[in-house]
Design a binder for this molecule. Structure first.
Ligand code: ADE
Length: 239
């Protein structure tokens, strides 16, 4: 688990990203300084008088592409800022991901890898994508949140920032939150209940009211295995 994480998000909609990542646990961690999340408007780096950042694709075809130069300038400004605020520039070179349906599929395991990076830069695509040369020049890895296509990379970027951010030390207040949740240990989470003990005629399983911790742990593990077998047998095979 890393102790601090800075995430810079390059986007056409910085207010959107900032808003989503200002609430709840991630918002609290940002205010506490545990997570440093900054949204940058790529348009601010356009040299066009209308602040344009897109253009038509060479070779024809539908839609518009995000051009390389404004994104590159935005990235260089972030890199420079990281360098100027750290002692060891090489160690602090940001890891750059580009949100794209073409990328490596995002999982909790991958979130753990990213949470160790120290400095993460996320590029959000729009329109029909970005100029391939920009990807070659600055992107370490393309990342997909699943096999479907969204209208832009902002929602995926928020998902990655949330899943990665919550793994940073001190973001969640109780360390056990990580221990029993879905995907930890390769299993889905067991069912949980709170008061009242009977609701709509449905009773909380007796074992959970027994106070017998060994039996409760055993029951929870069995339920995790049962649910994983039923819903995600692929996880059990991997395990
Ligand atoms: N942008 C559009 N669709 C996406 C997806 N599935 N994952 C990541 N970025 C995307």
């Amino acid at each position: 688990m890393s102790e601090k994480l800075r995430i810079d998000i390059m986007t056409l909609f910085p207010e959107f990203v900032d808003f989503i990542l200002s609430e709840s646990i991630i918002g609290r961690a940002r205010r506490a300084g545990t997570l440093d999340i900054r949204a940058h408007n790529i348009r601010d780096y356009s040299e066009d008088k209308h602040r344009r950042v897109d253009d038509t694709p060479y070779g024809g075809g539908r839609g518009m592409l995000m051009a390389a130069p404004p994104i590159y300038r935005c990235y260089k400004a972030i890199e420079e800022n990281i360098r100027s605020s750290s002692e060891n520039a090489e160690e602090n070179k940001p890891y750059v991901i580009y949100m794209s349906p073409r990328g490596r599929v995002f999982t909790n395991e991958y979130a753990k890898e990213l949470s160790e990076k120290g400095n993460l830069v996320i590029l959000c695509g729009h329109y029909e994508g970005v100029d391939e040369r920009l990807i070659e020049e600055i992107v370490d890895e393309e990342v997909s949140i699943g096999d479907y296509v969204l209208t832009g990379g902002e929602v995926p970027a928020c998902i990655v920032a949330d899943a990665v951010g919550r793994l940073v030390d001190g973001v969640l207040t109780l360390p056990e939150c990580h221990e029993n949740e879905s995907f930890e240990g390769g299993l889905l989470e067991y069912p949980q209940y709170t008061r009242p003990a009977v609701w709509m005629g449905r009773e909380v399983p007796d074992v959970l009211l027994s106070g017998h911790h060994a039996n409760i742990d055993k029951w929870r593990h069995e339920k995790s295995v049962e649910i994983t077998k039923e819903r995600r047998p692929d996880l059990l095979e991997k395990k």
